[in-house]
Design a binder for this molecule. Sequence first.
Ligand code: C5P
Length: 226
Amino acid sequence: NASGPAAGLTITLTAGPTREPLDPVRYLTNHSSGKMGYALAASAARLGARVRLISGPVSLATPPGVERIDVETAEQMHAAALRLAVDSDAFIGCAAVADYRAAAPAEHKLKKRDDAESLTLELVKNPDIIAAVAALPAAQRPLVVGFAAETQDLEHYAQDKLTRKGLDMIVANDVSLAGQGFGADHNAALLLWRRPDATTPGRHQTATLTKTELADTILHHLLERL
Ligand code: C5P
C-alpha cells in the first residue's frame, strides 16, 4: 500500500512473550499471546509502512507484508530492537518481556534430588528494552510507544511509566477486567502521550474494541505525532 498514510515510514515492533531458559529443556515465560503486537504490525503494513516485527515465541501467522525477526530471550530481543530501532521512524514495544532471567542457565538438564524438598533459582534482571530505545541519542531515536498492563490505578501507573521510561506515548489497559488483555480478542485502552508544551499528557480513552480496531486507533494517534 504505497499510497497509504504510513507510506515511507519504517515501524519496528516487539511482540509476544520472551522465553528465558533454566536448562536445555525448561524455561520461564508468561501468557502473552502476541495478538496485540501482531494486530499492530498488520495495521501498520495495511497503512503502507515498512514493518519489522521482533517476535517472541507465539503461535500466530506473520501478517502480510511484515518482516518478522524471531527471538526467544529478552537479551536477544534487546539486541534486535536496538539494531533495528536506530533506522526506524517509530518503535512500538508490545512484548511482555520477562523481568528476570536465570543468573546461570544449567548446561545439562537439572536433576530432581531425593535429598532436597526445595530448590532455589537465582534470577537476574533483564534489560528494559523500550527504555533503552527511548534513551537513544536524538538523531537515532524513533518515536517510542509502550504498553502498560495494570490491575489497579491504571492512569497513575501509566503516567509514571511514560515519564520514567522516557516514552512518547503509552497504551494502558486494565487486565483485571474480564475478556480483555492477555489472550483476549477485545481490548479497551487509555492512550497517554507526552506534550512538549504542556505539563499534563494528552489523553484518549477508547471504547472496548477488537484488537484490530484498537491497533488502527493507536496507529492513527502515532501518525499524528510523527
Ligand atoms: O514496566 P512494564 O513491563 O510494565 O512496562 C511495559 C512496557 O515496557 C511495554 O511496552 C513493554 O514492551 C516494555 N518492556 C520492555 N523491556 C522490559 C520490560 C518492559 O521493553 N524488560
